[in-house]
Write a protein that binds this ligand. Structure first.
Ligand code: PEP
Ligand code: MG
Length: 844
């Protein structure tokens, strides 16, 4: 068998550069394959051989041409030019086109590439190196369409390689996974989401095993642990970028802060995440033990919940019809999840259902189901098999976190299956005072529990990190996971005390025990009733200072509820809630209506502070392209994003201004870091106001969330009407601690003396110019913090809607002069612990 030789013609004129000398390791280390580079003097990329365009990057900076021999030639214009997102590139062909040698493929503008600080050095690389026996790159000067750039000798059996058509992947060096708990669901989702932004086929490789890098399920199934070595394998037009991006991402912890472990020089320190220890067993026959999933006490009666079996028919009708059925059910399931998300006020918990939506689009899961459909199975059968296979696979994993996600897969699986089969969720006839017992509850079950009847629950499966546990905490339902199986034998109606804090369930409690618990619960309920009864009264301190207690809201329903709970207005309308979860921008009319409705619900005697759009970074808008950012919290978010896309801000401002007649309207800008931003945003308001002819008094203020603004508050106060301190962000930026970081949750405390000092500076600066200051971060809803905030001189507390009565009651107990003394004392303290110890004595 003679080896065939193929000559590839230079796609550009310019100087040949050896591939090893390209200043990008992805090419110089031949991660994508072997070849040659050209430093170009021409600007129209030409076909180096006849063939078919098998891939064209959506950013038009690269393509793959497959020759008749099956050789895959990757042509990559410039280095890092994917970042230009197509700017400066004009494709002259499309995917699937057949081209002749020398045919123009892509025209590019060298000055645009240069203006972005990128090199236009262009690579010609063989992506399927397994077909190549040897390769001879040219030297010297290339004449586009004329000079031979690469002489490629194919391996003898090249025809076979062509027919199998599965090119070997280009593979990265080994990467050590720094994540303490390996690639569990969250980092797996980060990796999959990044992988999905590339066209190439991408795999994570560990030992002899591979996982589809675009599939969360598949990645989790690989069970990558801390310090495991993995590689990235990619095949396709953007394989180079994919490998580079994923290697960097995984090295840096895939979105998790892995501390020193992420450093390549750090000594490997294996962190085992074992399955839960064998279940604890109590000596007391009346006590069953599990782990705490959600704190709190509940006294009630057992109610056993069993999951119904959904029967499916194996044989399908025609595959197209079955496929359509599956697609429709998936679509509807996505919409149902959207609805569930909207019902959960805590955004971080609603994310659980966003993760479910992602699972619904998981390529591996869908592939598995669709291939069964193609093989003649019914959609319900195919889907049930697919999700059960994956759930079982995950459940068998040693890593508890990953195994716990099996429940999420079963949850979405059953949701879609019910839609496919028309089997309605059996309406649970839950009695009053129920303590639910189940082997497993799904996140969906948990989110839809009837809080009027269900006092708590215990499951034999799951753990404290499960999504069910997270939801239980957000819904404030005491819960236990991983409880002894004997619990399943308890008869319905058995009296029990569920202690979610300790993770224990006491059967047949004595009357004295029940009375004790009921007494504690009654005291709390009485306090709550008293607070509610007085909710309509103003919050005035014992020495006569009125503190405005207003609400943080996300929409009309919150506004209405805040009024019934005694809210004196709205201190923060998080307007982004109207923008997120949409696929298109809300129109001016839609915004006018919603702001008008909220303003009317409050009335002309109440304040309405509408914060302009606060998205960007980690809160992307689906319809506004935003580049992925390495540090989203330090990126283009809040006012920065609005000033970069001013039409969005202008539209919103017009919508807001039209609400002026219906309440005391205030416009507030988020994430202000500099005076220029305030001036620019104010200019937009002034222009729109003039254009609409709005003459009503509309106040304009800013969020104080960035330390520079707190420090310079006196200067800012000259140019704005009010401040509202966003302690959630102010704390994260002051302490340099991610506000959502699970390990830093305790330390990222807004009662840190450093944060309190910044609040004090803000108040001082504002009052020097007669401006008022509110606090709308989470600290304002914490009764413990109220005395010190009052003492510092805060004028308004904007709190979560349910907290309004309690915060008003707290203010009424306080004496402002005493609070001032307290604040002076606390501001001298050095640690959060000292602050908390001093303040905790003041609340009951
Ligand atoms: C804050 O940062 O404290 C704040 C109220 O804004 P958000 O929580 O919406 O970022
Ligand atoms: Mg904020």
């Amino acid at each position: 068998m003679s080896n065939k030789t193929v000559e590839l013609i230079a796609p550009l004129s310019g100087l040949f550069v050896p591939i090893e000398a390209v200043p990008d390791p992805v090419f110089s280390q031949k991660m994508v394959g072997d070849g040659v580079s050209i430093d170009p003097t021409s600007n129209v990329l030409q076909a180096p051989a006849a063939g078919k365009i098998t891939q064209l990057a959506s950013t038009f900076h690269a393509l793959t041409l497959t020759t008749i021999d099956g050789l895959q030639i990757l042509l990559h214009i410039g280095l890092d030019t994917v970042m230009l997102k197509g700017e400066g590139f004009r494709p002259l062909v499309k995917e699937g086109d057949t081209v002749t040698v020398g045919q123009p493929l892509i025209e590019f503008n060298e000055s645009v590439i240069a203006a972005h600080g990128k090199s236009s050095m262009t690579e010609i690389v063989i992506a399927n190196g397994d077909m190549v026996a040897s390769l001879q790159p040219a030297r010297g000067f290339a004449h586009a369409g004329k000079t031979v750039a690469l002489t490629v000798t194919l391996v003898g059996d090249f025809a076979a390689a062509e027919t199998t058509a599965a090119p070997a992947g280009n593979i990265s060096d080994a990467i050590r996974v720094p994540n303490p708990t390996g690639l569990h669901a969250r980092p797996a989702a980060v990796v999959a989401n990044t992988a999905k932004t590339f066209k190439s086929d991408i795999k994570l490789v560990r030992g002899g095993e591979e996982a589809n890098a675009k599939s969360v399920v598949s990645i989790m199934g690989l069970e990558v642990q801390n310090n495991d070595e993995i590689q990235i394998k990619a095949t396709g037009v953007d394989a180079a970028e994919a490998i580079k991006a994923l290697v960097e991402l995984i090295r840096s912890g895939s979105g998790e802060d892995c501390g020193a472990a992420a450093s390549p020089t750090a000594a490997p320190k294996p962190v085992a995440v074992p399955r839960p220890a064998p279940k604890a067993h109590s000596e007391d026959p009346n006590v069953l033990l599990g782990v705490s999933a959600s704190p709190g006490l509940a006294v009630g009666q057992i109610f056993q919940v069993r999951q119904e079996v959904i029967e499916v028919r194996e044989a399908g009708d025609n595959p197209q019809l079955e496929r359509r059925r599956l697609e429709d059910a998936l679509k509807e399931a996505r919409q149902q999840l959207e609805g569930l998300k909207a019902e959960i006020s805590d955004a971080s918990k609603a994310e659980i259902f966003s993760a479910h939506q992602e699972l619904l689009a998981d390529p591996e899961l869908l592939d598995l189901a669709l291939s069964a459909v193609s093989a003649g199975k019914s959609a319900p059968f195919a889907w049930k098999q697919a999700f059960t296979t994956y759930a079982d696979k995950l459940a068998r994993l040693k890593n508890e976190l990953l195994a716990g996600r099996a429940n999420d897969i079963r949850d979405i699986g059953r949701r879609v299956l019910r839609l496919l089969t028309g089997v309605k969720e059996a309406a649970l006839e839950v009695p009053d005072n129920a303590i639910l017992i189940a082997e497993e509850l799904t996140p969906s079950d948990t989110a839809s529990l009837d809080r009027n009847k269900v006092l708590g629950f215990a499951t034999t499966g799951g753990g404290a990190t499960s999504h069910v546990a997270i939801l239980a905490r957000s819904l404030n339902i005491p819960a236990i996971c991983g409880i002894e199986e004997a619990v399943l034998e308890l008869a319905n109606g058995t009296n029990v005390i569920l202690d979610g804090t300790k993770g224990s369930l006491r059967k047949n409690p004595s009357e004295a025990e029940i009375q004790d618990i009921r007494a504690r619960q009654a005291t709390l309920a009485k306090k709550r009733d008293e607070e509610l009864a007085a909710a309509g009264q103003a919050a005035i301190t014992t020495d006569g200072v009125h503190i405005e207690v207003v609400a943080n809201i996300g929409g009309l329903e919150d506004a209405q509820q805040s009024v019934t709970l005694g809210g004196e207005g709205v201190g923060l309308l998080r307007s982004e809630f109207l923008y997120l979860e949409r696929t298109d921008a809300p129109t001016e009319e839609e915004q006018t209506k919603i702001y008008g409705d909220i303003a009317k619900a409050l009335g002309t005697e109440r304040t309405l502070v509408i914060r302009t759009l606060d998205v960007g970074g980690d809160k992307p808008l689906p319809y506004l392209p935003m580049p992925a950012e390495e540090n989203p919290f330090l990126g283009v978010r809040g006012i920065r994003l609005c000033l970069a896309a001013p039409e969005i801000l202008r539209t919103q401002v017009r919508g807001i201004l039209r609400a002026a007649p219906y309440s005391k309207l205030h416009i507030m800008f988020p994430m202000i870091a500099s005076l220029e931003e305030v001036r620019e945003a104010k200019k937009i308001v002034a222009e729109e106001r003039a254009a609409l002819g709005v003459t009503a008094d509309v106040k304009v203020g800013i969020m104080v969330e960035v330390p520079s603004t707190a420090v310079m508050s006196e200067i800012f106060a000259r140019e704005v009407d009010f401040f509202s301190i966003g302690t959630n962000d102010l704390t994260q930026y002051t302490l340099a601690m991610d506000r959502g970081h699970p390990k830093l949750a305790k330390q990222a405390d807004a009662l840190h003396p450093g944060v309190l000092r910044l609040i004090a500076m803000t108040v001082k600066g504002a009052h020097a110019h007669g401006k008022w200051v509110g606090v709308c971060g989470g600290i304002a809803s914490d009764p413990l913090a109220v005395p010190v905030l009052l003492g510092i001189g805060v004028d308004e507390l904007s709190v979560s809607v349910p907290a309004i009565p309690a915060i008003k009651a707290m203010v009424r107990k306080l004496n402002k002069a005493e609070c001032q003394k307290l604040a002076t004392e606390v501001l001298q303290m050095g640690t959060v612990a000292e602050v908390r110890a001093r303040l905790s004595g003041l609340v009951d």
